[in-house]
Design a protein around this ligand. Structure first.
Ligand SMILES: [Mg+2]
Length: 243
């Protein structure tokens, strides 16, 4: 939950039902799009492992106790250090080194294996597949994270790429996420009629909303990059997938 939580309607779960209904009516011609990080996957266990390893390597015992719940402000490493008992000054003093350590691990196949599901995501994704629609994961993760991503999907019981399920990834880590997702729009259009797109990042969900005006553009109010972007009016916010 985050600062967008106030946008979540009391009957938010109806959107999930409507999407399934429309996907069923489209008789195999519909496309349902899902981002990975902070949309169907909760990355906090991955974050916590990195912080624990950093603590062990730099002899900072407080950090070796890190668990997912210490990430109190999205991906904010400093906030996690403070939640583990460091002063703000201490957290600031190690930040550059920690960020480098994090950067060398976070975007890798072996660490993304740690991810767990956002509540309800596996059940919902499987219900989507059952409608006959194409289910396409569109992620800012790069191709060399494919093996770890699929392993985490399998562990969580999510539909795996193959047949009617696709996984679109950036070619390399260097590509810009925003630009890549716009490239993906073209590929999605070729696959069929986009019925719904789910993403936690305001920029991305706004882009889906404008590119596919007849679709449901669904925002996961989990966490996001922190860029000051306002969600488009027609974007629907949901907290998770447990409907
Ligand atoms: Mg995301």
């Amino acid at each position: 939950m985050n600062e967008f939580s106030h946008r979540i309607a009391v009957d938010w779960h109806k959107t999930l039902e409507q999407v399934l209904e429309l996907a069923g009516k489209a008789q195999g011609k519909g496309v349902l799009v899902f981002d990975l990080d902070s949309t169907v996957f909760d990355n906090r266990p991955r974050q916590a492992r990195i912080l624990r390893e950093y603590g062990a390597q730099r002899n900072l015992p407080a950090l070796t106790k890190c668990q997912g719940f210490h990430f109190t402000n999205g991906w904010d490493l400093k906030a996690a250090c403070v939640a583990l008992g460091m002063s703000a000054e201490e957290a600031e003093s190690i930040f550059r080194d920690l960020k480098n350590f994090w950067g060398a691990r976070f975007f890798t196949s072996s660490y993304c294996r740690e991810d767990i599901e956002v509540v309800g995501a596996p059940r919902y994704l499987n219900a989507c597949v059952k409608t006959g629609a194409r289910v396409v994961y569109v992620t800012g993760r790069q191709e060399d994270m494919r093996a770890g991503s699929i392993e985490a999907m399998a562990r969580c019981g999510m539909p795996l790429p193959g047949g009617q399920v696709g996984l679109l990834m950036k070619p390399t880590l260097r590509e810009n996420d925003d630009a890549y997702k716009r490239v993906a729009h073209q590929l999605l259009e070729e696959l069929g009629a986009v019925i719904a797109a789910f993403d936690n990042e305001p920029t991305h969900v706004n882009d889906y909303a404008s590119r596919f005006p007849d679709s449901f553009a669904v925002h996961l109010a989990t966490d996001h990059s922190g860029r000051p972007v306002t969600l488009a009016d027609r974007v629907i916010s949901i907290p998770h997938f447990a409907w």
